[in-house]
Ligand binder design. Structure first.
Ligand SMILES: Nc1nc2c(c(=O)[nH]1)N[C@H]1C(S)=C(S)[C@@H](COP(=O)(O)OP(=O)(O)OC[C@H]3O[C@@H](n4cnc5c(=O)[nH]c(N)nc54)[C@H](O)[C@@H]3O)O[C@H]1N2
Ligand SMILES: Nc1nc2c(c(=O)[nH]1)N[C@H]1C(S)=C(S)[C@@H](COP(=O)(O)OP(=O)(O)OC[C@H]3O[C@@H](n4cnc5c(=O)[nH]c(N)nc54)[C@H](O)[C@@H]3O)O[C@H]1N2
Ligand SMILES: [Mo]
Length: 749
């Protein structure tokens, strides 16, 4: 059994090799299962340590339907938590998160989640500054415009090819490498500002400036000060297209606090010498330059600031809206960012509206579970947390994605009932009460495609459902039937009728733009289509640049807001009204660094999608000493008696995990790097054995404004593990889920 790449894909992901193994993995959930002590006595305390009893689909669905009804009756719709954050899998119809929310909305609503872990801080700060968060959700200046015009790229957080393997909705064409090579061939110069050299592929010949994590705002302030002091800033652009430069200028100059934010000031914070900071500013001002930031920069405490500051810096450089100039986000974060694509719709399946009209900021999950009725602030508003009786998750893995997992594990004991659909026995499935086995993309028909990819593809079912797994859509359809909301949820359509309906809407949308797509049957037969290329290069805010009066931004001033009156009115000291250097709670310059002197950076894994496929052969081949690889600078390792291949214990006051050491001179001193996504595997004493860094990460909002995740602000200490290293148990399922022979006989095949 193997998966073959799409023939037109110039750079297929090696992760394809993991698919067959994962589909038939021993970690698959084969049958519906109920946690033993929940089944017997509605226990909430043994989640994570209990065993499971397999039951029939009928019994499982009866339990779920009854619990939904009970919690709705007792607490109202908001007693159900159904935001269900997570990526799910490719395919727009069988997208589990969309399905579960649509199902719960159809049945009366639930407490939802807003924002995401990817660019949650940007989503809420950017509308105040730019009137939109399109530069993270949608388009940025495309690679064609960059290749044709840019001379210098300053890449904060780099342009790591590892991230280009992934696109939500599925990638027809992995285009990141092709475009990076095209840019290089045009002679564009690359400067990569990152804690690790590995953030740029070697062929770019990039100049690497190592930076202390979470200090990019200070570096950019130092550059801005240089521009101001040397009159290299574009005063005319700041006047015509921006508002509020003057109060920001006073902050830069130090008029308010007596501390000019000059290069020397910045150097002391970010660890890059003042001369380099000044020369960076001069070079950016002297040529067509693009400042692009990885999404990771805002996934940190006070993560609003580097994004706002990058816009302010680009505004001072005066190149926003010029071909290949200005600022951008995410060119190295995800496949398809900057991929030239015509403005045409992709396949979309509607979620519907939440009648309960209630949501929490996505990353405030533990806070919500811990303190029902507790107050929180968010983007200028005050709200309280609902009292959750039932958690429903399909297509996400909070015991991968959330921060401070030990704290989440404690809060997780509060709800009465937890229902999870997944295809594998993930850490979250193991901590649920009712577990329903979902099919994978290979076991059903779907439509793939995204607004960043030029292909739309027919995802034809390749194999029969494994075990007795069912499509999320079928599971919810039957639950909707039992709950009396079948019509609202299904609109009386089967899978194939939905695929046709989705195609019809997309086809009509394309026709409006004079692009003819084949009818569904012809498309399905061919297997894919390629959309026509865009007529011209896309330049972010190009129209606004050309004529700001005719194309004002959707901000209060209609311009780029370097000072925001709206944010000023919130009165938040953790998000002041102009870009500001605010010390993160944990960074190398903080008091906490005395006890925990290393900044642990968690990167997106090169060999899997978050926690997905971690048990598979591609991710497993990269493990060191049987667990997740931890990259350390030679000096930091030597100081701790650590050698390549050793097992290390990473710890702080929130938790501890084991990892396998890899010495890497491309990691700056004071920093250690580990990928996210090793399956969470705590021993009875709490020690996490597989190398899941979220037992260590900080679970606080970026600020009251965005309440985004602060995953990238964490300090740790690392020591050699000298005892026998415990085996990783997360991939073992034997003896954990019991089979009841009585039910097997009655199962659907
Ligand atoms: N420390 C730290 N933590 C982070 C980050 C970080 O940088 N640092 N990054 C964050 C980011 S950007 C993200 S996006 C999150 C990702 O967090 P998640 O999206 O929660 O991670 P995944 O592992 O992709 O989880 C998706 C789950 O859906 C399941 N699934 C797949 N297909 C189906 C299906 O068809 N049906 C059902 N029912 N289930 C399915 C998979 O098996 C898997 O368990 O992690 C965040 N966490
Ligand atoms: N292979 C693979 N690719 C993926 C994913 C995956 O799971 N696997 N997930 C996808 C998803 S959901 C998302 S949201 C994107 C995320 O895309 P990103 O957020 O861009 O990806 P990361 O790997 O988290 O971070 C990029 C780089 O930022 C650097 N960095 C971290 N902190 C700092 C800092 O304070 N300053 C500076 N200058 N640099 C810093 C790190 O060295 C890291 O390598 O990736 C996507 N791509
Ligand atoms: Mo993400």
């Amino acid at each position: 059994m193997r998966c073959e790449p799409f023939a037109a894909d110039p750079a297929p992901s090696p992760m394809l090799r993991a698919m067959p193994a994962m589909v038939y993995s021993p970690t698959r959930i084969m049958r519906p299962a109920v946690r033993k002590s929940w089944l017997e006595e509605r226990d909430r305390t043994q989640r994570g340590s209990d065993s499971f009893v397999e039951v029939s689909w009928n019994d499982a669905l009866k339990l779920v339907a009854a619990e939904l009804q009970r919690v709705r009756a007792e607490r109202g719709p908001t007693g159900i938590f159904g935001g269900s954050y997570g990526w799910s899998s490719a395919g727009r119809f069988h997208h589990a998160r969309t399905q579960v929310r649509r199902f719960l909305f159809a049945g009366g609503g639930c407490t939802d989640q807003v924002g995401n872990y990817s660019w949650g801080a940007a989503q809420f700060i950017l509308p105040h500054v730019l009137g939109t968060y399109e530069p993270v959700a949608g388009r940025v200046t495309d690679w064609a415009s960059v290749a044709n015009n840019t001379r210098l790229i300053l890449a904060f957080g780099g342009l790591a090819l590892k991230n280009g393997q992934i696109a939500s909705g599925g990638a027809g064409e992995h285009s990141m490498e092709k475009w990076l090579r095209a840019a290089k061939a045009r002679g564009i110069e690359f400067i990569v500002i990152s804690p690790t050299r590995a953030d740029a592929p070697d062929f770019l010949g990039a100049h690497w400036l190592p930076i202390r994590p979470n200090t990019d705002t200070a570096l950019m302030l130092g550059m801005a000060h240089t521009l101001l002091a040397e009159s290299r800033h574009d005063a005319a652009f700041l006047e015509s297209h921006c508002s509020g430069f003057e109060p920001f200028r006073r902050y830069l100059a130090g008029d308010a606090d007596g501390s000019p934010k000059n290069a020397a000031w910045a150097a002391a914070i970010c660890g890059i010498d003042a001369g380099s900071i000044r020369s960076l500013a001069r070079r950016a001002a002297g040529t067509r330059s693009l400042i692009t930031l990885a999404w990771a920069l805002q996934r940190a405490h006070r993560g609003e600031q580097p994004y706002w500051m990058a816009i302010a810096l680009a505004a001072m450089l005066g190149q926003i809206g010029l071909p290949g100039g200005g600022f951008a986000f995410g060119h190295g974060s995800l496949n398809g960012v900057g991929n030239p694509r015509a403005e045409l719709p992709g396949p979309e399946f509607p979620t519907g509206k939440n009648p309960a009209a209630r949501a929490i900021p996505v990353a405030r999950l533990t806070d919500m579970l811990e303190s029902p009725g507790g107050a929180f602030e968010f983007n200028g508003k005050r709200d309280t947390y609902p009292d959750i009786g039932l958690v429903y998750w399909a297509g996400g893995n909070p015991f991968h994605h959330h921060q401070d997992l030990n704290r989440l594990a404690r809060a997780w004991a509060k709800p009465e009932t937890i229902v999870v659909h997944d295809s594998w026995w993930t850490a979250t499935a193991r901590r649920a009460d009712i577990v329903l086995p979902a099919t994978t993309t290979l076991e059903r028909n779907d439509l793939g495609g995204s607004s960043r990819d030029n292909y739309v593809f027919a995802m034809q079912r390749a194999i029969a459902p494994v075990g007795s797994s069912r499509d999320d859509y079928d599971i919810f359809s039957e639950l909707a039937q039992r709950g009396g909301c079948a019509e609202a949820y299904t609109e009386a359509r089967s899978e194939s009728q939905w695929l046709r309906a989705i195609w019809r809407v997309m086809r009509a949308g394309c026709a409006e733009k004079n692009v003819e797509l084949p009818d569904f049957d012809a498309f399905w037969e061919q297997g894919w289509i390629r959309l026509p290329p865009p007529a011209r290069d896309y330049v972010l805010f190009g129209h606004f640049r050309t004529d700001p009066a005719a194309h004002p931004l959707n901000t209060r001033s209609g311009k780029i807001e370097i000072f925001s009156e709206v944010i000023a009115s919130f009165g938040y000291d953790d998000c002041p009204p102009h870009p500001t250097w605010l010390e993160p709670a944990e960074w190398l310059g903080s008091e906490a660094a005395r006890r925990h002197p290393l900044h642990l950076i968690t990167i997106q894994p090169p060999d899997r999608l978050h926690s997905q496929m971690d048990p598979g052969p591609v991710a497993q081949a990269n493990k060191v000493a049987g667990r997740e690889k931890l990259r350390m600078n030679p000096g930091d390792a030597a100081a701790r008696g650590l050698a390549d291949g050793d097992v290390a214990r990473i710890h702080n006051d929130r938790g501890a995990c084991l990892a396998g050491v890899r010495i890497d001179a491309g990691v700056m001193p004071g920093v250690a790097i580990i990928a996210t996504g090793a399956w969470y595997d705590p021993a009875a004493d709490g020690l996490e054995r597989g190398g899941n860094p979220n037992v260590l990460s900080l679970d606080v909002g970026t600020s009251r404004l965005a309440q985004g995740p602060s995953a990238l602000s964490m300090l740790v200490e690392i020591e050699k593990w000298t005892a026998a290293a415990p085996a990783v148990r997360a991939y073992e399922v034997r003896g954990f889920s019991t089979r009841s022979p009585a039910h097997q006989a009655a199962e659907t095949p």
